[in-house]
Design a binder for this molecule. Sequence first.
Ligand code: PMP
Length: 300
Amino acid sequence: MLQQLNPKNKDIKVYVNGALLHRDDAKISVFDSVVQGGDAVWEGIRVYDGRIFHLDHHLERLQNSAHALDFKAVPTNEIITKAIFDTLEANGMSDGVHIRLTLTRVEKITSGMDPRLNQYGCGLIVLAEWKPPVYPPSITLATSSGRRNSPRHLDSKIHHNNLLNNILAKIEANYAGADAGLMLDSEGYISEANGVNVFCIRKGKVLTPYADFCLPGITRRTILELCQQHGIPAEERRLSLTDFYTADEVFTTGTMGELTRVAVIDGREIINKHGSSVLEQVAGYFRALTETSGTPIPAF
Ligand code: PMP
């Protein structure tokens, strides 16, 4: 489903390298490393009813990604958190909000690949938009002909902006008339969809691929933890397309779309043969967590 411009976002203010600017003026330099090589790291974060969900996990992943890419002078979590709070306050936002946080290697002194040309520390962008969690009841997936980057080539634990691998899968899905592209690992097992992690439920058991090829999603981790807490059998393992085609339930996870049911993969309907209601159950636990946890936004 193609997102449309929410009129509420027409005049939002965006935090760009210390300044809060109207979206039309929120620009970065042509010398910025993200323009020159997709050389940046990012997080997608949700705000629920005055609280930022799993902010600590997102900051940890952002810092780890920046460290793995050898970013210099990375802003502290306190500075990043303050920038997020300031952006939310400038927009009067405290609920139904999605934040795209981007940390770039900022400007280069001249065009070029070498990170030593980046001599100004890091750039921080906080783009907060009104995006309440409203989704279709189910989505469809089409398997991509390309393969998800292997850890041999680019470690999926780095949440970077060089997203062409996933964008190509999304393009294929668009032409196949599906909502998202399902990506396989180099041996043909399931990895993830182009922008979300994937789970299947087989005979009451919640299954998801190892996080070797996929991004270790924070929603994915939360689902595995919730299953453990509530005594629902859950396991990370190698899973094939047939495991997914013949599962009782299939769903995707991600900060933007939360938990979304998958109805069809490559034209194969997902048939609930065992009357499973595990997805509904897990989604309920997830909703309860979003309603009761998170870092409070200071009053404004
Ligand atoms: N996989 C990819 C490729 C993603 O870009 C995202 C969203 N950042 C996810 C999975 C879901 O991760 P999370 O649950 O941390 O939002």
